[in-house]
Ligand binder design. Structure first.
Ligand code: FAD
Length: 393
């Protein structure tokens, strides 16, 4: 005789959502959380606004935003993707809105709205929450030993995010891990000549490193680069940058809208048309004047610049090299690349192939997305699939 139908370990987005969905289907559920509060990452997410999901409604296009896990998530996204997330929150009183770039937030612009919604449903459906708890041991079957109590259930969901204890339990039950390394971090280029331009945002730049390329808004910072293009690049190159101990050449294309040949031609034309002007005074791109002054020679009239120098300039505007020297030490890592290997899990149910009754959801899996709401969607999707698969004993 078990105490519950389902024990969920971890009271983050994946754990609480799974607990609520399972309880709504009539299961008795207990959540064990080691901290004194639930949903702590939801609280701080999206700058306190919680970027819940992304306004992209084609599962294949949605899945393409995951450097790891894209193939495995495709089927689950067909069953519970961004539209189902929007509908679920709407049915429970929370309206989401999308911004120009596709990110979706609660209309209140407050992550607290999401937290209150989930906690209210947990309470209505009598999810039992125990916190803070220290889990000493988990026996198959499953019996979870707390400091002064043992709780049991036939199904156990591990939703411990990137915590080492969760990984250890997964290994105890026969799983293997893709080694966890950081993803979604800013790029540390301390010898960049642009550090004094901190705060300038370039709307459209293309970054490449280690055979990966990303295009989008780029923010110049006092340590290197941030903004969507830099963060996305860090996600796709997370593993190779880690293997190189974050020492690599980053190439920036400041004018990705055109080719090197087109830029060269423009420069040569400008020289003909304005021989007595400084290039920096000619407003021929969208880049800010301060950035231009740092990128190009401002001391000579165009007619003083030989054509071969203009050709070189064109090349360097498309391939400006910066050295990444170690990882930033800020606590801005948003997700972990690595975790429980996807091939060891049945994505139709989120049940382990190694241990019947064991389920996984969220960031504990070797799945991570780029910025934009994709990481929470992984949590909602895998949690929903797991919760919908677990039946009463
Ligand atoms: C600052 C920040 C901002 C972010 N913003 C966004 C955003 O706007 N949009 C987006 O899509 N993603 C965002 N992310 C990523 C997103 O927060 C994660 O992908 C998501 O929280 C993963 O959910 P999870 O439930 O799998 O893990 P977590 O949220 O990490 O939850 C795991 C839970 O398990 C608990 N736990 C761990 N070990 C134990 C144990 N031994 N016993 C009991 N409990 C345990 C933890 O305390 C925690 O509560 C952000 C991340 C950060 C750090």
């Amino acid at each position: 005789m078990h105490d519950y139908d389902l024990i969920v370990i971890g009271g983050g987005a994946a754990g609480i959502f799974a607990a609520v969905v399972a309880a709504q289907q009539g299961l008795s559920v207990c959540v064990l959380e080691k901290r004194a509060t639930l949903l702590s990452k939801v609280k701080v997410s999206g700058g306190g606004r919680c970027n819940v999901t992304h306004a992209c409604f084609d599962p294949k296009a949605f899945a393409a935003h995951y450097p790891r896990g894209s193939k495995e998530l495709l089927g689950p996204l067909h069953r519970f993707g961004s539209q189902q997330t929007i509908d679920w929150f709407a049915q429970h009183g929370v309206e989401l809105k999308s911004e120009e770039d596709g990110r979706m937030f609660p209309i209140t612009n407050q992550s607290e709205t999401i937290i209150q919604c989930l906690l209210k449903q947990a309470s209505v459906h009598k999810v039992e929450i125990r916190l803070p708890v220290h889990i000493l041991q988990i026996e198959p079957g499953f019996r979870v030993h707390l400091e002064n109590k043992v709780v049991s259930a036939p199904s156990l969901l591990l939703a411990t995010g990137s915590a080492s204890e969760g990984y250890a339990w997964a290994q105890q039950f026969g799983h293997t891990l893709a080694s966890p390394v950081p993803s979604l971090f800013t790029l540390n280029c301390p010898s960049s000549r642009l550090l004094s331009l901190s705060g300038i945002c370039v709307q459209d730049a293309r970054l490449s490193v280690e055979g990966h390329m990303q295009r989008g808004a780029l923010l110049l910072t006092h340590f290197g680069f941030s903004g969507p293009a830099a963060l996305k690049l860090s996600a796709w190159a997370a593993r190779s940058l880690h293997d190189k101990q974050y020492h690599a050449s980053i190439s920036v294309d400041w004018l990705p809208q055109e080719t090197i040949a087109q830029t060269t031609q423009k420069l040569l034309d400008l020289k003909q048309q304005h021989p007595h002007k400084f290039l920096s005074n000619l407003n021929w791109t969208d880049l800010s004047k301060r950035l231009w002054d740092a990128l190009i020679d401002t001391s000579q009239y165009l007619q003083q610049l030989p054509d071969r120098q203009l050709i070189r300039l064109s090349e360097s505007l498309h391939r400006d090299i910066f050295l990444m020297e170690g990882k930033t030490t800020h606590k801005e890592e948003f997700v972990t690349c690595g975790g429980v290997k996807c091939e060891e899990i049945d994505f139709r149910t989120m049940q382990s192939f190694r241990m019947p009754g064991l389920y996984f959801a969220g960031e504990i899996l070797n799945i991570d997305g780029v910025t934009g709401g994709f990481n929470f969607q992984n949590a909602w999707t895998t949690a929903w699939i797991a919760a919908s698969s677990i039946k009463k004993d």
